[in-house]
Design a protein around this ligand. Structure first.
Ligand SMILES: Cc1cc2nc3c(=O)[nH]c(=O)nc-3n(C[C@H](O)[C@H](O)[C@H](O)COP(=O)(O)O)c2cc1C
Length: 227
């Protein structure tokens, strides 16, 4: 059987990572260069993202690529306000959190703070937009787009481009709808700022041990993982 990757970006080949290597080495990258992303690379990444799943394969989605500086500047203000409201007063507390605790580590916090102050400099933003989500009552509405969002992040990683899934721009839905010209029933489900990383590395994301979060047949039935 032959598989097709469509039209990969010829001018900038993707790295030969295995799928598992990519899954283990794609943390949020929040220190991004303003260096532009070649358009063929962007197409290749988006073409990989839209291979992701949606309920009934409805693909009731759209991917709004933003390079317009005015749009970025406006949305970045909302993002910073929300960042301040959510984390501003907790700065010292989080920065003195002992290593190994759950939640944002001090390093993660500094990265997220950096992004809050430099979001508008990321060369490309992608808004993942889900039709019908504005009126959705199902708590699972997002499941029809977040798989594809993660594919976007993994495809970007293959081209050496950093991403993070963000939602802190929220709370200005009508203004954003107008700014992006979105249909009435649509909602942005995430903003993914993209760019070439200038700091940090493709380190394995820190998570609670797999044995601790996996339950066998019933909640609470955890098991040790064989060596
Ligand atoms: C629903 C959701 C919303 C998020 N919103 C933001 C955000 O607004 N800003 C941000 O910097 N990171 C955001 N993140 C990224 C998380 O902070 C990130 O996944 C977490 O810190 C783990 O990072 P790591 O993969 O580098 O270990 C969000 C993640 C999810 C799943």
């Amino acid at each position: 059987m032959t598989t097709s990757t469509g039209h990969p970006a010829d001018s900038h080949p993707a790295s030969e990572l295995t799928a598992l290597e990519a899954l283990h080495t794609t943390p949020a990258r929040r220190y991004l260069s303003p260096e532009p992303i070649p358009e063929d690379v962007l197409w290749a990444i988006l073409d990989a993202a839209i291979r992701g799943p949606s309920g009934g394969n409805t693909q009731y989605w759209g991917w709004v690529v933003v390079t317009d500086q005015d749009i970025k500047d406006r949305v970045a203000v909302w993002y910073r306000e929300n960042w301040e409201a959510a984390y501003g007063s907790r700065r010292e507390e989080i920065l003195s959190t002992p290593a190994g605790s759950r939640g944002l580590t001090p390093r993660g916090f500094l990265g997220a703070e950096h992004l809050a102050h430099h979001l508008h400099e990321a060369p490309v933003w992608v808004f993942a937009v889900l039709r019908g989500a504005a009126e959705a009552t199902s708590p699972r509405a997002g499941s029809s787009i977040y798989g594809a969002v993660q594919q976007l992040c993994l495809a970007a990683r293959a081209y050496g481009i950093g991403t993070s899934l963000t939602t802190l721009y929220g709370g200005h839905e009508e203004e954003l709808r107008e700014l992006l010209g979105l249909p009435q029933d649509a909602l942005t489900m995430a903003l993914i700022p993209m760019g070439y990383p200038v700091q940090g590395r493709w380190a394995q994301p820190r998570r609670r041990p797999v044995e601790e979060v996996v339950h066998w047949n019933a909640w609470g039935a955890t098991r040790p993982r064989p060596e």
